[in-house]
Design a protein around this ligand. Structure first.
Ligand code: ATP
Ligand code: MG
Length: 139
């Protein structure tokens, strides 16, 4: 049933918990695990060398986030793929779920945002509202 699992991570403890659950589900189902992190668009008006520096900084931080998630996931028997994508998190996650025919999207209830009074972060809320497949929110 969960042949294609999409995990979205932002480096928060919440998303690392989601990574652990995604690893367990992948081991149970034997399915493929696709892990993504989205970063904000780098504004072109920055000019060089600021533009290149900003891109390098974002890609470095995205690679760290993906490496931390991989550590939580552990060994899985199915295919594993990770990538960082430029764009708004929820839109990127929704688009990726469609293109990869995800059977489930796994993410945290909250992320790195500071608005602790809310139950759900804005990105998990948007994905939950608009996804065409089951969404698992981990807390
Ligand atoms: P807000 O961003 O609205 O201030 P928040 O940061 O607490 O609130 P969300 O951003 O909705 O909450 O984060 C919920 C979950 O969404 C995270 O645990 C993570 O799984 C996913 N997520 C958030 N941002 C990203 C991102 N940039 N790339 C991939 N997944 C993300
Ligand atoms: Mg957030």
């Amino acid at each position: 049933m969960f042949d294609h699992i999409l995990l979205a991570v932002d480096g928060s403890d919440h998303s690392l918990k989601a990574a652990k659950v995604a690893g367990n589900l992948a081991r149970l189902s034997g399915g493929t695990l696709h892990v993504i992190t989205a970063y904000d668009e780098v504004p072109g008006y920055l000019g060089e060398p600021n533009l290149s520096n900003a891109i390098a900084e974002r890609t470095q931080s995205a690679e760290k986030i993906l490496a931390a998630a991989l550590e939580e996931i552990g060994e899985i028997s199915g295919e594993y793929e990770s990538e960082y994508l430029e764009g708004s998190p929820a839109e990127t996650i929704l688009r990726d779920a469609k293109t990869h025919n995800a059977d489930v999207i796994i993410m945290g209830t909250r992320g790195r945002g500071e608005m602790r009074s809310l139950l759900l972060g804005s990105q998990s809320h948007k994905v939950l509202s608009e996804a065409n497949c089951p969404v698992m929110l981990v807390r």
